[in-house]
Design a protein around this ligand. Structure first.
Ligand code: SAM
Length: 480
């Protein structure tokens, strides 16, 4: 039976409830009056203490997803954009993945790291190699990483992951520093989540891959990841272990997108119902070509247009959740996705173990092929050309604004007052330390405009002064 408050996977992600919701949505998908009501319900409302958004339930959001009235779909995209602007403004948070090890004991059929793949090069970074990778990432200007590893209790035990996190935070190269390490490793125990929390991680990210239990078991035929309940209940254990920012995701292409969409929103409702705080982020990866992997063998691939619609509908349903898109997607798709809901993107990613220290993008230990292969400077330049402010800020996490404290600020729109100045400051810092002359030029023009036409020389002077004052004050952590 469906019960969002239950701690049992099959009760909070309930198969019958998903099917019934989809049937109900199918029946109502072209009911214009209902769609108007839903759009009105989801619209941001201004009240005395800020802007609020109600979001939509999984059933309601499914109606929008399935709707095929062209004018209503246009309204859906406009509303998604409006919600995004209300809570995230024009800021886009930047990050990069860092692959630590591709040793893995699982049998995931879509992933080249699966145990039976004997021809992929297996690598695990030493601490000296972690330091070299981090130095290369800092030299690009990155401040926020997502660490990635296969599941292998012998090669990649939790102690190894913790040691890598320590190394990452300890590297201070030139003006660089990694200020937030998010972690994407396999489902683990409460005790291990507590250790990750104590190591100072940001978000714990775990993709569900698919919410469809039967498919999940077929797609994960062997290894610890085969256990659907253990995987699906991981976020509850992470929260029990004290991690209050968790990131959900589905690997689109494996199962029917509609099913995944409803499952994902039910998972978000469950976290809110049990822990009082929904997911911090939702990622939307799609299956990609990789060594030993042909994405066409999975029959549930979705078109770019449908993919963008999914993002818009997630944005409307869970307005306070950040949304992440990776370099799995092309520049063109990322551009559309940014308009309708994405708030965080990776740049200059290498998905191989040890890839950042190589001149050319290596393929031998790569997890998937990246579509967007631009440098970070090119990505930053491109974002600013479109009027977005690339943000390297990590202040919320560093100031303890995580979990419900972050959500409380986000839910009344006040987060803008923290995020916007910090985004501008960290962008100035990036422009000063890492940008090419052209990127610097367009960056300061954008900041000048953002600050109400304060001349750019003055902005630069103020920013440089502030940044060097903060650095000179020798606080361990900058406040952005
Ligand atoms: N081993 C951890 C786990 O099991 O959750 C970490 C995951 S892995 C390093 C990161 C994610 O990459 C996976 O959760 C999966 O969704 C995604 N992935 C795997 N193979 C992929 C492929 N061929 N194309 C795109 N994404 C893929």
């Amino acid at each position: 039976m469906y019960n969002p408050k239950s701690l049992k996977a099959e009760e909070f992600i309930n198969h019958e409830e998903i099917l019934e919701s989809l049937e109900w949505a199918e029946q109502h998908k072209n009911d214009a009056a209902l769609i108007d009501q839903l759009l009105e319900k989801a619209r941001p409302k201004r009240t005395a203490d800020g802007i609020h958004c109600e979001g939509l339930t999984h059933r309601e959001a499914a109606v929008l997803l399935l709707c095929d009235i062209p004018e209503k779909n246009e309204e859906i995209y406009r509303l998604a954009e409006e919600i995004k602007l209300a809570f995230y403004g024009n800021r886009i948070v930047m990050f990069a993945p860092l692959y630590l090890s591709n040793y893995c004991v699982n049998g995931c059929v879509y992933c080249p790291y699966h145990m039976k793949n004997k021809h992929i090069a297996r690598k695990k970074l030493t601490q000296a190699e972690v330091a070299a990778e981090v130095t290369a990432l800092q030299d690009m200007g990155h401040k926020r990483l997502a660490i990635e590893a296969g599941e292998d209790p012998v090669n990649n035990p939790i102690e190894y992951i913790l040691e890598c996190i320590d190394t990452i935070y300890s590297i201070k190269h030139k003006n660089g520093a990694i200020r937030r390490v998010n972690v994407n490793i396999a489902a683990t125990t409460v005790e291990n989540y507590r250790k990750l929390k104590d190591a100072g991680i940001g978000t714990y990210i775990l993709f569900q891959e698919t919410y469809h239990k039967e498919s999940y078991e077929k797609l994960h035929p062997t290894g610890p990841k085969h256990d659907y309940a253990y995987h699906t209940e991981a976020m509850d254990r992470a929260m029990e272990g004290g991690i209050d920012d968790v990131g959900l995701g589905v690997l689109f292409g494996l199962e029917l997108y509609k099913y995944e969409f409803v499952g994902l929103l039910m998972h978000a409702e469950h976290l809110e119902a049990v822990h009082g705080v929904g997911p911090h982020t939702i990622s939307v990866p799609r299956v990609k070509k990789a060594d030993d992997i042909d994405p066409d063998v999975f029959d549930n691939g979705i078109s770019d247009d449908l993919f963008v619609k999914l993002i818009a509908c997630i944005r409307i349903a869970v307005p306070y959740t950040g949304m992440i898109i990776s370099t799995r997607e092309s520049q063109e798709v990322r551009e559309k996705a940014l308009q309708v809901g994405i708030s965080q993107i990776s740049g200059a990613s290498r998905t191989s173990v040890g890839g950042y220290t190589e001149e050319e993008r290596p393929h031998d230990s790569e997890q998937f092929d990246v579509s967007d292969q631009r440098t970070l400077d090119e990505v930053v330049h491109w974002l600013m050309d479109m009027g977005f402010i690339p943000s390297f800020c990590t202040a919320c996490y560093r100031e303890g604004r995580t979990g419900d404290r972050f959500m409380a600020l986000c839910k009344n729109g006040q987060i803008q007052n923290c995020c916007h100045p910090n985004a501008l400051m960290t962008l100035c810092e990036y422009l000063e330390d890492y940008a090419s002359p052209e990127t610097k030029e367009i960056g300061y023009r954008l900041i000048e405009k953002e600050l109400g036409n304060i001349p750019k020389e003055k902005v630069r002077a103020i920013a440089s002064q502030n940044i060097s004052d903060i650095k000179a004050s020798n606080r361990r952590d900058f406040r952005f």
